[in-house]
Ligand binder design. Structure first.
Ligand code: NI
Length: 170
């Protein structure tokens, strides 16, 4: 099992646009595999490639990792092609430790991307799955969930995280 190191705010790779994947090759399949193992071990319910330091448009999601009906989704070059409704739930992020906050998102989304065979797939999601997909696609665009908060809250969290990081490095 390979568990990769998870990057945390304010590492640069988290704040930049990730590159589309031109070819689903062995390296990408292996990366997806390692990302899933890292997500399950964290534990988390979603992970974007730039969270493990790779600026490529690849995500893994599993909103029921501990249940037998566990269903891993792996998507390359994902894009949201339709949205509906609004929902607010509390989010957290492996790259933004010790921070949970309510975020307003679309309640339903349709996402198009490539699976690990390079085949185009469309996923219609609602509720938690829709939220996680939006959160991970945001990651690939260099956007952390704290960017959706009010400026006051966001600045507070950022200051807190920077301080914490400085303490760890010092
Ligand atoms: Ni996240």
């Amino acid at each position: 099992m390979t568990v990769l190191e998870i990057c945390t705010y304010p590492e640069k790779v988290l704040l930049q646009q990730s590159e589309p994947i031109a070819d689903i090759n062995e390296e990408i399949v292996k990366l997806a595999d390692h990302m899933a193992e890292t997500m399950y071990s964290a534990p988390g319910i979603g992970l974007a490639a730039n969270q493990v330091g790779v600026a490529k448009q690849l995500l893994v999601v599993d909103i029921a990792p501990r249940r037998p009906e566990s269903d891993l989704i792996v998507l390359a070059n994902p894009e949201i092609i339709a949205v509906e409704g609004e929902v607010t739930i509390e989010e957290g992020c492996l790259s933004v430790p010790d921070c949970q906050a309510e975020v307003k998102r679309h309640e339903k989304v349709k996402v198009r991307g490539l699976d690990l065979k390079g085949k185009e797939v469309e996923i219609e999601a609602e509720g938690l799955l829709a939220v996680v997909l939006q959160h991970e696609i945001d990651h690939l665009n260099g956007i952390l969930f704290i960017e959706h908060l009010s400026r006051l809250k966001r600045d507070l969290y950022k200051r807190k995280l920077r301080k914490k990081k400085a303490r760890q490095q010092g």
